[in-house]
Design a binder for this molecule. Structure first.
Ligand SMILES: Cc1cc2nc3c(=O)[nH]c(=O)nc-3n(C[C@H](O)[C@H](O)[C@H](O)COP(=O)(O)OP(=O)(O)OC[C@H]3O[C@@H](n4cnc5c(N)ncnc54)[C@H](O)[C@@H]3O)c2cc1C
Length: 471
């Protein structure tokens, strides 16, 4: 596949590496395997390795490394767990990757305030493990076990967002190291504030292009008294989507409502040993009191029945629930296992809920002609859905075809007042679509913000927005 290659900067990166090694020793690696692992995310985008990887252990370590890079004008690429999907961590112009995985401490938890502060390398599963005995949990759950720093930087969400929001709604405050080495804290722990520009939200979703996030204060939630799950199959994708729209418009506070098309269900049955009917299917989860979840499930079951839904079965068994949701979280890998040796290309869009039926139905029609398997899944309660193309890495023509389908899906979403990405982010894979979505005036403001905070374009260059001739 043709990849637009970036020009590596002609800067004295070697000097930075030497000084980092002299100061930090084994925290710096130039081993090819380590560099390659840090120059690629989980997507189809090729490896673009950084010149070295620096394993930071504290905010002060990050400050020292960033200041050194600033002095020599060397690019800096922050790295969480590398599960992003749009080429986010590719070192497009070379430079130093700052790996945050060793900053993995939960710094404080306040059960009385329902919040906590963590270092960026803490993963979402690690945080929930840590919280287990407190009766609290952190709900944002991208399919991968991503780092909280990476999730903050990509404004991630997942299956629970319809009830609990995305990282945008759940980060109260953060600490970031700017391109010149300054440390800023964006807000206090107050649940609301009208004090000044909202820098927290500026950094949430900035994908490492404005600074390195080194601490994050998050909202937490009480584990609900009762949780129930259900799965229901439908005669058509349209019927499943209509049930979703009715559920949301009726104000039923579902915690999760996930669509899996028939291709994805077949893959999940084989990979996760399920025996679901091979048909478009919705997975639901309800949180609340025992009476509340029963009532919610009954109301949704009625909507499903009106739309021809079959076999709506709900359960409060923790074991059955976890089997269902594990299968959902493994959907990407289930898709890949349909075609051994395949390469996945996962892409997402999001539209207002009233436009969801049109966006999905048209996309499904488009897929009828596709020459490779494509799974459609969606956090449909938010109007968000994904395609995962299962590609043969030896057939470049499949990548071209996937790109064309992706482009048509994005353009459809934009025409329906939606966005080119609901949660995966931009990286460099969607950089052109972001310009189309926002238009020149808004993009010019984004550029001015970027230039004000990072005048030499050192922070993860080539991502989110194009800045200069080299992008
Ligand atoms: C199977 C699978 C399922 C997925 N499902 C979902 C999903 O449901 N919802 C969803 O939102 N995403 C999903 N994703 C995408 C991915 O998990 C998220 O984008 C996640 O937030 C990335 O976190 P990470 O720690 O892996 O970050 P990385 O991939 O390491 O980095 C992502 C970006 O954030 C920047 N970054 C990382 N850490 C920092 C930091 N401390 N400071 C500043 N910048 C930083 C990087 O420079 C990069 O630009 C999925 C991915 C996979 C592979």
């Amino acid at each position: 596949m043709a990849v637009e290659m970036m020009r590596r900067r002609e800067v004295p990166t070697e000097s930075v590496i030497e000084r980092l090694k002299a100061r930090f020793g084994e925290q710096v690696s130039t081993a090819t395997a380590v560099r390659d692992q840090h120059g690629k995310d989980e997507s189809y985008h090729p490896i673009e390795a950084p010149d070295a990887v620096f394993f930071a252990r504290s905010t002060e370590d990050v400050v020292e490394a960033v200041k050194l890079c600033a002095e020599f004008k060397v690019p800096v690429i922050p790295f969480g767990t590398g599960t992003s999907l749009e080429g986010h961590v590719a070192a497009r112009e070379g430079g130093i990757c700052i790996d945050l995985t060793q900053m993995d401490q939960v710094l404080r938890v306040s059960p009385e305030d329902l919040d906590c502060t963590v270092q960026p390398g803490v993963t979402r599963k690690q945080l929930n493990e840590y919280l287990r005995d407190t009766g609290l949990f952190f709900p944002i759950d991208p399919g991968a076990n991503a780092s909280i720093g990476g999730m903050t930087a990509t404004r991630a969400s997942g299956t629970n967002a319809v009830r609990y929001g995305t990282m945008r709604d759940n980060v109260l405050s953060l600490t970031a190291v700017l391109a010149d080495g300054r440390i800023i804290k964006t807000a206090s722990r107050a649940r609301k504030s009208s004090a000044g520009y909202d820098l927290t939200r500026l950094f949430v979703g900035s994908e490492g292009t404005l600074g390195v996030i080194t601490e994050i204060t998050l909202k937490l939630y009480g584990i609900p008294e009762a949780i129930s799950s259900a799965a229901c199959s439908f005669p058509s994708i349209a019927a499943a989507v209509d049930t979703t729209i009715l559920t949301i418009q009726a104000g039923i506070p579902v915690a999760r409502i996930e669509l899996l098309d028939e291709v994805q269900i077949a893959a999940c049955n084989a990979y996760s040993k399920l025996d679901l009917k091979v048909a478009p299917t919705l997975f639901f989860e309800f949180h609340g009191t025992a009476a509340g979840v029963k009532e919610q499930a009954e109301m949704v079951a009625a909507f499903a029945e009106d739309n021809g839904g079959e076999g709506f079965k709900w359960t409060t068994s923790a074991e059955e629930r976890s089997k269902l949701w594990q299968a959902r979280h493994d959907a990407y890998y289930a898709g890949l296992s349909m075609r051994p040796g395949s390469q996945g290309w996962a892409t997402d869009v999001c539209v207002p809920i009233s436009n969801l039926a049109e966006a999905i139905n048209e996309t499904k029609k488009d897929l009828e002609k596709a020459s490779m398997p494509v799974c459609l899944v969606g956090h449909v309660g938010d109007g968000n859905f994904h395609l995962c193309f299962i590609l043969d890495p030896n057939k470049p023509e499949e990548f071209v075809e996937a790109g064309e389908i992706n482009e048509r899906m994005v353009k459809r979403a934009l025409a329906l007042d939606g966005t080119c990405t609901g949660e995966h982010g931009v990286g460099y894979g969607k950089i052109g679509f972001v310009e189309e979505e926002h238009g020149p005036a808004t993009i010019s403001v984004m550029r001015e913000i970027k230039r004000a905070l990072d005048p030499h374009n050192l922070m993860n260059p080539g991502k989110v927005i194009r800045i200069g001739a080299n992008h």
